[in-house]
Design a protein around this ligand. Structure first.
Ligand code: SIN
Length: 333
């Protein structure tokens, strides 16, 4: 008799653990109310795929994600990935900030086994809830030999994405996650787990999480006629990093360039990302002399770029005054 793989499910809350008073409701519900044991009980087929062990790491709506919970989650991933006989780890998470936690774990998780984030757009009590199938598919991927060495993954709506790439791109559709630049890594169709390509941008070494307090990194946006008061106030409050959700290929309104150049001169790391939702931000061929010290985030959206900047500055606070060094960090992601 063959032994089934051992998969650990770490539950953090979200809509996948949400409930509503009416099964007809997919939008009015309370996230993070149903315990992981009940989520697992709702999917009897899991027992044919893996030996499951579950841990309720948190029970939160992911809009309220915190650095403390990121620390706890990364620690539980590390713990379980070093236990003998664990084949893979599944994390249930809210969809709203899954792309940020996914980015964090992509950079920081020192896991020797597959780590798969999954979620749902409809609460567990909904007609046609998507959580049970996403959970089953995530366990199938975490237990599959082909998932080894692919980094942290996201499995939602039968697609497998690299956590580095996956972003939430819809407010309510069950097909809410896309990898806008690279596309999915593969798919799950019943018992068939098929990778169609491999992720190439895996970190050579895990990026350490901050040992003490986290750097202060905020996001500002460029749009028509922006004021500079927000940037000036952030600099005055001691911000260490700013990510700009810039227009197009990273273009920033001249008023904001002026304010951000002042921030850079004051020792704030400034990173340009794009608000478009897809594509790479190149360093300009003829940089505005004022903006020459801004780092580009490549194809990371502002939220993912912020996570990378948090960890980069935590690992090396001197990067606030070393744009070239910080640019090299971003080029590695
Ligand atoms: C959440 O992010 O926790 C709530 C929304 C969702 O999971 O879809």
């Amino acid at each position: 008799m063959t032994t089934l793989p051992r998969v650990v499910v770490l539950a953090t809350g979200g809509t996948i653990a949400g409930s509503a008073s009416s099964a007809a409701s997919s939008a009015r519900y309370q996230a993070a109310t149903v315990p992981v044991t009940a989520l697992l009980d709702a999917v009897p087929a899991l027992k044919d795929v893996a030996r499951i062990e579950a841990e309720q790491v948190a029970q939160v709506d992911s809009k309220d994600m915190s650095f403390a919970l990121w620390h706890r989650l990364a620690a539980r991933v590390h713990h379980w990935s070093t236990q003998p006989d664990v084949t893979g780890i599944v994390i249930t998470h809210g969809t709203d900030t899954l792309e940020e936690t996914g980015m964090l774990l992509h950079l920081a998780a020192a896991a020797s086994v597959p780590v798969v984030l999954t979620a749902a757009m409809r609460p567990s009590t909904s007609l046609s809830a998507d959580g049970p199938m996403n959970l089953l598919d995530a366990v199938r991927v975490a237990a599959h030999p082909a998932a080894a060495g692919k980094g942290v993954l996201v499995v939602v709506n039968q697609e497998i994405h690299a956590a580095r790439d996956a972003v939430k791109a819809h407010t309510c559709a069950v097909q809410a996650f896309v990898s806008p630049v690279s596309g999915p890594l593969g798919f799950v169709q019943d018992a068939l787990v098929r990778f169609t390509r491999a992720p190439l941008r895996l970190p050579a070494q895990p990026w350490p999480l901050p040992a003490g307090s986290w750097p202060v990194v905020e996001i500002v946006a460029s749009y028509a006629e922006p004021g500079r008061a927000l940037v000036d106030a952030l600099v005055a409050s001691g911000v260490q990093g700013l990510v700009v959700a810039a227009a197009g290929n990273g273009s920033i309104h001249e008023t904001l360039v002026d304010a951000l150049a002042g921030a850079a001169r004051a020792g704030v790391a400034v990173v340009r990302s794009s608000r478009t939702g897809a594509g790479n931000v190149l360093a300009p061929a003829n940089p505005n002399p004022q903006a020459g010290v801004f780092v580009t985030a490549g194809d990371l959206n502002p939220y993912k770029a912020r996570v990378a900047l948090l960890l980069a500055l935590a690992g090396d606070p001197a990067l606030v005054a070393d744009a070239a060094g910080l640019q090299r960090r971003f080029a590695d992601i």
